[in-house]
Design a protein around this ligand. Structure first.
Ligand code: ZN
Length: 506
């Protein structure tokens, strides 16, 4: 199941079986139809079906016998043999394609279930617009302006809630699946060390009793990166024992200690590592300012990750380049994830050590100091580099290079530039949604919902994890912060509702 360009799904004249897939024509404006497509996409693991939202262009491309009004009235499916199935019969034939629903589909084609199914289907098909009120694309990849024009907010919420309700078993299942994947990855990286590029690049996976809850619940792994003698982001105090264990085992030569930015899981061991190796500490001037003193963390973060100590003298400021054992790294400011962020780039090896300046193409629960507008500019700057290996600060490597061995869940076989450009596309789309939403003076909750339309698969697939993160971080990391990250007026994070309430709403 995937989306195909129109040219690939149209019937080819002169060929008896132009397509090997069932072409499913659904109403892309209807939340109920979209929810059914989400179910179909989950069931269909082997691309037996292609789902196409109805438009005059699509219909004429697929089969000239299809009529727009008929297709809007009920589901139409064109089989690989060219037969057109309609309504309940189309549903039953699709159900027969998958073992999980095969029995339902088979019974549904027989008396009396066929008659029963037709009646039920007829009722839903006729009443679906009154069941999901905001026809007009409010819940698909919605423009907030369309939401306002075509539906009152009550209708918007009833539709959005219905969309969630219809997908709730899928949301739960996706949550369980990603939980299992996170657990597997955690187990495979526990106290693990990855030596790459003939020892030039080493990833040390860091653990700690309470810090371990983060990879298990949220999927972010903790790492320290060693690159050609430079130790980058050596973890928090609660991961110190794990780091010491790596140092005892690998005995790496460390000649410099640096931090990409001042977040607690990156800077808690700077002085400690410097003291035991004799290697000097390098940070940007802004990072140094954030670390002297390190402001008090919210208690959840302090309890789980650990409050880092203040940065002690002596330390040095990073300049444009940093010498390594056999070459040098360019130091590039990349504000966005936070204001003081820098990345390190080796132009010779084409390696980008991105820290948290890249955290996957889809990332929906940022920290309160993210400024997504600055992040967009930083990512555009990174697109100008020639990158073959992108190393994230939380345990993922994007590369197509064969000299980086496979490590499922850590090494992602994807062109790093493609990953960055997907992230850029996503952030640009969000920016547009949010700008229009604020222009239309929609409530922030509605704007947030339009940024996560259920028609986008990531919205419901990551819903359980995202909301779990919101709950456990007491709102510090959330989808709401993603909306806020586009409307920062300065580098200060916006006050929370709680803070506004205790200050009397001034
Ligand atoms: Zn960070």
């Amino acid at each position: 199941m995937s989306s195909f360009p129109l040219a690939e799904i149209v019937a080819t004249p002169g060929k008896e079986h132009p397509n090997s897939a069932y072409r499913v024509l659904y109403d892309g404006q209807c939340e109920i139809c979209q929810a059914c497509v989400s179910w179909l996409k989950t069931l269909d693991r082997t691309t037996k079906t292609i789902c196409l939202p109805i438009s005059a262009e699509v219909l004429s491309g697929v089969d000239s016998r299809l009529q727009l009004n008929d297709c809007l009235r009920q589901l139409h499916v064109v089989t690989p043999e060219g037969e057109i199935l309609v309504g309940w019969d189309a549903v039953a034939s699709l159900a027969r394609l998958f073992s999980f629903t095969w029995l339902l589909g088979t019974l549904g084609q027989r008396f009396p279930f066929r008659q029963l199914g037709k009646t039920l289907y007829g009722f839903v098909a006729t009443n679906r617009y009154s069941l999901s009120k905001c026809r007009g694309g409010a819940c698909r990849v919605a423009k907030p302006e369309t939401v306002k024009r075509q539906a009152r907010l009550g209708a918007f919420w009833s539709c959005y809630t219905l969309g969630f309700f219809l997908r709730s078993p899928l949301v739960l299942w996706a949550g369980i699946q990603s939980g299992a994947q996170r657990t597997s990855l955690f187990a495979r990286t526990y106290h693990k060390r990855l030596d790459l590029l003939n020892g030039k690049l080493t990833i040390l996976f860091l653990n700690g009793f309470l810090p371990n809850t983060v990879p298990l619940l949220f999927g972010e792994l903790f790492t320290a990166v060693l690159y050609d003698g430079v130790a980058i982001d050596p973890g928090s105090p609660k991961m110190r024992e794990s780091l010491a264990r790596h140092l005892r085992q690998a005995k790496p030569k460390i000649t410099k200690v640096i931090a990409t930015h001042a977040h607690e899981e990156h800077v808690g061991n700077l002085n400690w590592l410097s003291d035991i190796t004799g290697a000097p500490v390098y940070v940007s001037a802004m990072t140094a300012r954030f670390l002297t003193p390190f402001k008090k963390l919210p208690w959840v973060r302090a309890a789980i990750i650990g409050q880092p100590p203040n940065l002690k003298q002596p330390y040095h400021f990073l300049t444009d380049t940093l010498d390594t054992d056999t070459g040098y790294l360019q130091v590039i400011p990349t504000p966005g994830h936070c204001d003081d962020h820098v990345v390190l780039y080796d132009p010779k090896e084409k390696v980008l050590l991105a820290g948290d300046a890249f955290m996957g193409s889809y990332f929906a629960t940022p920290n309160p100091d993210v400024d997504s507008r600055k992040w967009l500019v930083s990512l555009e700057r990174l697109m100008e580099l020639d990158i073959e290996i992108l190393v994230e600060g939380h345990g993922h490597i994007h590369t197509l290079r064969a000299d980086i061995p496979d490590f499922p869940g850590v090494v992602i076989r994807q062109d790093p530039k493609l990953a960055i450009s997907q992230k850029l596309d996503y952030l640009r789309w969000l920016r547009e949604q949010i700008e229009v939403g604020f222009q239309e003076q929609l409530p922030i909750r509605v704007i947030e919902a339009t940024c996560f339309p259920w028609g986008k698969r990531t919205s419901w697939e990551s819903c359980a994890t995202d909301e779990c993160i919101r709950l456990l971080s007491l709102g510090h990391f959330s989808r709401t912060e993603l909306v806020r990250s586009f409307v920062r007026t300065n580098s200060d994070s916006l006050p929370t509702v709680y803070e506004i309430r205790i200050s009397g709403g001034e």
